[in-house]
Design a protein around this ligand. Structure first.
Ligand SMILES: [Zn+2]
Length: 164
C-alpha cells in the first residue's frame, strides 16, 4: 500500500491491507506516460495473464485521455507486462526501469485468483503507470488488496481526466 523505493519508484499491491487513503488520489509524477500515450510491449518479457492485461488496457484506453497501444517499429516501448513468482505478499507491482517500465503479476498468488481479482490487480497497476495513487473511494480500482473488480469506477475516470 505504501510506495517503496527500490531501484527507482515502485508501487506494490499488497495482500489484505486496510484502506486508509485520502478521498482523492494524489499524483506524484512518476508514471509511464510518454507524449500522451503508453506504448506497451515485451522489452522485459511477457505475461501469461493476457486477459487481465488486455482488459486493463482497454478500460483505461477507453477513457480517451491517454492512448494505450502496442509498441511498433516506429514507437518507443514505455511499459512491459511480465510475471514473477514469490511468496512475498505482493499481488503485483508497477516499477520504473530503464528501457521500459514494468508491470509484474505475481504468479504465486495469481494462479489461485479469480478472473475479476486478476482484473482488479491489472487495472490497479496500470493506474499507477498512469500516475494514479491509492485511495479508499468505494468502487475505485486504486483501492489496495485482493478485490474482485473488472471495470473502472467513476472516480478513476475523473482522476485520470484531472491528471492529464
Ligand atoms: Zn498500488
Amino acid at each position: 500500500m505504501k510506495k517503496l523505493f527500490i531501484f527507482g519508484t515502485a508501487l506494490f499491491l499488497v495482500l489484505g491491507l486496510t484502506n486508509k487513503g485520502s478521498a482523492h488520489s494524489n499524483y506524484d509524477s512518476s508514471h509511464s506516460v510518454d507524449n500522451g500515450e503508453i506504448r506497451w510491449g515485451t522489452y522485459h518479457g511477457s505475461t501469461k495473464y493476457t486477459s487481465a492485461r488486455n482488459n486493463a488496457i482497454s478500460k483505461w484506453d477507453a477513457v480517451g485521455v491517454i492512448n494505450i497501444a502496442g509498441d511498433t517499429s516506429t514507437t518507443i516501448e514505455d511499459l512491459s507486462f511480465t510475471d514473477y513468482s514469490a511468496n512475498d505478499g505482493v499481488l503485483g507491482y508497477w516499477r520504473q526501469y530503464s528501457g521500459a517500465d514494468k508491470i509484474a503479476f505475481n504468479d504465486y498468488y495469481f494462479q489461485d485468483m479469480s478472473d475479476c481479482e486478476r482484473n482488479h490487480t491489472a487495472l490497479h497497476e496500470l493506474g499507477h503507470a498512469l500516475d494514479l495513487e491509492h485511495n479508499s473511494v468505494s468502487g475505485s480500482v486504486m483501492n489496495s488488496g485482493k478485490i474482485c473488480r473488472s471495470s473502472l469506477g467513476n472516480h478513476d475516470v475523473e482522476d485520470l481526466k484531472a491528471r492529464w
